[in-house]
Ligand binder design. Structure first.
Ligand code: C5P
Length: 390
């Protein structure tokens, strides 16, 4: 974000205090930040905090002669590479959608042709209200990027979508906006989806993996400039932009495709690989000749194999779906498999096929609870984390 100027509009919600951390992080990433505080925002954070962190004057009103003399609001609205509204309240979104210009924030939003990004944060009912839905749709249709709020417990005591995304997710959205290609020149292998293990030519054993999380990881790595080989089990998902997709069926096909895709700098094994395959019958098993017995054989563990491989990728990341006792099982699995990081998720509450996930990242240094978020947001955060670490 070096050399970029971000006009940060802080709206009036309890999440406003998080804008202070965001401001600091944006500056740490090299951006110049011009802060604007709405009337409501000033009830939650002070102008002094914002200007001290920005090392720039904070603007709060349309009507100060001094501000207009230094940089008028029209010039201010054009001085930035990005206008970031964080938190965006339901009211601010409604006024922006209606094209009002009744305070400095809405006037800036109306007077600009600079890209606008909004990070809404509000009570779940306000976020889900038809009026807010319509306002968000209007803003998106006009080119505003909305960073969707996360699901979780909110300050008001309710639970649901409406929480401001965590700092890394916000930073990832801004970085993605500027098209930062931190992984340019890197090759990443991602496995995704289930595998199908044939019983006979017509039947197979499968699992509930939808492939959504793995496809999102592949897309997020590609968005940061990596060359991505996505080795996908049988799923019906669109290939993310800029990703090379290799379709496979069984665990053994997947293992061979991973081997063929080496060498790589990064490997993220998201696939739910079948642990066992069947000694498959060459012809369809017919009814009437007694109960068939399926003999199982163990499949190769692709992740553990990569960890021991002479071409072991420098960053090797596994996923682990568990039901109960998540962190202890995941910590043991990270060590047993020999991967650098393990992303653990509890699948006892219907993660398969859903758009959301709740993961913990286990590194050698400990574990981090990433909270419930969309699979896309988790993928962006993981990709950014890899890019920062590599
Ligand atoms: O042992 P478990 O299946 O829980 O391990 C999950 C992790 O190991 C995932 O990253 C998965 O993609 C990987 N795995 C693999 N090959 C297998 C089984 C799991 O690569 N045969």
């Amino acid at each position: 974000m070096h050399g970029k100027t971000i006009l940060l509009i802080v709206g009036g919600g309890i999440a406003a205090y998080k804008a202070l951390d965001l401001l600091r992080e944006l500056r740490r990433a090299g951006a110049r930040v011009l802060p604007v505080l709405t009337e409501g925002g000033s009830r939650f954070v002070t102008p002094l905090s914002l200007s001290a962190l920005a090392e720039a004057p904070v603007r709060t009103s349309l009507w100060t002669l001094e501000d207009e003399a230094t940089m008028g609001h029209i010039a201010l609205s054009r001085a930035a590479d990005l206008i970031l509204v964080c938190p965006a309240t339901a009211d601010l979104m409604a006024r922006a959608a209606a094209g009002l210009a009744d305070d400095l924030a809405t006037t800036l939003l109306l007077a600009t042709d600079t890209p606008v990004m909004m990070a809404p944060a509000m009570n779940v009912r306000m976020w889900e209200h038809a009026a807010t839905r319509a306002n968000a749709a209007t803003l998106v249709a006009r080119g505003v990027t909305i960073v969707p709020p996360e699901v979780g417990a909110m300050a008001c005591g309710e639970t649901g979508p409406g929480r401001l995304p965590e700092l890394p997710a916000l930073m990832a959205a801004v970085a993605a906006h500027f098209g930062e290609k931190k992984l340019a020149g890197r090759h990443a292998i991602v496995t995704a989806g289930p595998t199908h293990e044939a019983i006979d030519p017509v039947r197979y054993i499968a699992n509930r993996s939808s492939g959504k999380q793995g496809f999102a990881v592949a897309g997020a790595l590609a968005a940061l400039g990596a060359r991505v080989s996505l080795i996908a089990g049988p799923v019906t998902l669109a290939t993310p932009a800029g990703v090379e997709r290799i379709d496979v069926e069984s665990a053994r096909d997947m293992a061979a495709a991973v081997e063929a895709a080496l060498p790589a700098d990064i490997a993220v094994m998201v696939a739910a690989v079948a642990d066992w395959r069947v000694e498959a019958a060459a012809t369809k098993i017919k009814k009437g000749s007694g109960m068939p017995v399926l003999r199982l054989e163990e499949n190769p563990d692709i992740l553990a194999g990569l960890a021991q491989h002479p071409l072991r990728p420098g960053r090797l990341i596994g996923f682990a779906a568990e039901t109960g006792d998540l962190l202890a099982k995941a910590a043991a699995k990270r060590v047993a498999k020999g991967c650098d990081w393990l992303v653990a998720n509890d699948v006892s509450d219907g993660v398969f096929g859903s758009e959301d996930n709740h993961v913990h990242l286990l590194t050698g240094a400990g574990s981090e609870d990433w909270g419930k978020a969309s699979k896309a947001a988790i993928a962006r955060r993981l990709a950014m984390r890899i890019a920062d670490d590599i």
